[in-house]
Design a binder for this molecule. Structure first.
Ligand SMILES: N[C@@H](CCC(=O)N[C@@H](CS)C(=O)NCC(=O)O)C(=O)O
Length: 86
């Protein structure tokens, strides 16, 4: 499986998604996601580049196999199904 690009920020809803990825990575014994840290105070979720990933301008968001996905619940379901853990 190709690495998932995982857009996150400290002290945000992305922490839940990050915890799920860490559990899945521990089970898989390998990294599943490349973490890309964005600064909310610096407005990094509002750049044109990130809005092309998530038009809502919010983390968490992922890009996997060329497809973007946002909303923590949707990402968790996708990641769990793609990891081989379920
Ligand atoms: N319902 C969304 C909520 C995501 C959300 O509220 N993200 C906030 C951080 S906790 C955010 O990225 N805010 C940046 C902004 O609005 O500019 C989810 O569960 O993924």
């Amino acid at each position: 499986m190709s690495l998932i690009k995982f857009y996150r920020s400290d002290r945000s809803t992305a922490g839940i998604t990050d915890a799920v990825f860490k559990e899945l990575e521990a089970a898989a014994g390998k990294p599943l996601a490349e973490r890309i840290d964005l600064s909310l105070p610096d407005g990094e979720t509002r750049t044109p580049a990130f809005l092309a990933v998530n038009p809502n301008g919010q983390v968490p968001a992922i890009v996997h196999d060329g497809a973007a996905l946002w909303e923590s619940v949707a990402i968790t379901m996708r990641a769990s199904g793609s990891s081989g853990a379920t």
